[in-house]
Design a protein around this ligand. Sequence first.
Ligand SMILES: NC(=O)C1=CN([C@@H]2O[C@H](COP(=O)(O)OP(=O)(O)OC[C@H]3O[C@@H](n4cnc5c(N)ncnc54)[C@H](OP(=O)(O)O)[C@@H]3O)[C@@H](O)[C@H]2O)C=CC1
Ligand SMILES: CC(=O)N[C@@H](CCC(=O)OP(=O)(O)O)C(=O)O
Length: 309
Amino acid sequence: MTNPIIYIDGQEGTTGLQIFQRLGCRDDITLLQIDPALRKDTAERQRLMAQADLVFLCLPDKAAIEAVALMADMNTRIIDASTAHRTNPNWTYGFPELTATQGEAIASAKLVANPGCHATGFVSVVAPLVQAGVLSPDACLSAHSITGYSGGGKAMIADYETADKPEALTAPALYALGHGHKHLPEMSVLCGLDNRPVFNPIVADYYKGMATTVPFHLAQLNTTTQAIYDTLTAHYKDSVMVDVKLGDGSKLYANTNAGKDTLTLHVCGDDSHCTVTALFDNLGKGASGAAVQNMNLMLGFAETAGLTL
Ligand SMILES: NC(=O)C1=CN([C@@H]2O[C@H](COP(=O)(O)OP(=O)(O)OC[C@H]3O[C@@H](n4cnc5c(N)ncnc54)[C@H](OP(=O)(O)O)[C@@H]3O)[C@@H](O)[C@H]2O)C=CC1
Ligand SMILES: CC(=O)N[C@@H](CCC(=O)OP(=O)(O)O)C(=O)O
């Protein structure tokens, strides 16, 4: 059997490089590489896209939309890491753990939209609870999500790693306070929520790793911490990438799963209050690790089980 041919468009960016690191050592695929001097040359990119069975797009949204247009007449399958297509009904959302059938849908899809990093954390907590009826679709939810600065790509990495970094960047920074964060549409649509959550992302002075927390007042939901834990445990029982723990209230560190492609849900609560925190890597299950997991499903390879880089 011949190897599937893969091309990473945007390979020199943060997400593209991480996908390359995961695939560069594999002998069951053939990786096309563009001449670095031509990496933004449309004709050369299109030539490689036409040769590939599957293309990863690791580009800003506008460039990703343009790249999809370049492949309009090709049979090439696409995994887009950008925000551009995540709620587009012609695309399959690349979170295989979303439902019992999402992995199969990804496996047979031509167009897969890789989830946003913050959205991955939120959807991993909320979607199973809505599906099980523990949360009503009209629930008004909030979430906060702490990320390392690599989540902002090359430009933000440069800001944080410059020798004359401003003092302000040594402290965690709240952003998207205008309540228009670009992951809100996918959070609402994929969870089946009627109401846009109140979402507070926070970027801090460390490279990678995320903690996305969804808090619940149990009286409003008519449920218990144990029921939330049991629902999430049942939902992820067959997953190799997601596991669920009942927390004891001790500290959680946002970089716990940095360097891994797995996601861990910590359910912490008492009789009245509960938080569920997703710990994962923005570059792992939040981007490149998820993209490779989706590629494995699309090409019929066994799922990567907790790959550690
Ligand atoms: N970083 C993260 O944790 C996550 C990122 N994503 C998404 O993945 C995508 C890539 O992000 P990220 O890797 O962080 O971004 P980067 O800025 O690190 O990388 C983007 C790369 O795309 C290149 N590029 C831009 N325009 C073109 C073009 N027209 N043709 C070819 N290459 C082009 C850039 O070139 P140059 O080097 O010259 O700037 C750069 O190398 C984005 O849509 C982002 O939102 C998704 C989840 C998490
Ligand atoms: C720290 C930081 O800025 N993070 C980015 C999210 C990175 C990501 O997931 O981006 P995509 O939606 O493009 O995939 C942000 O919050 O906008």
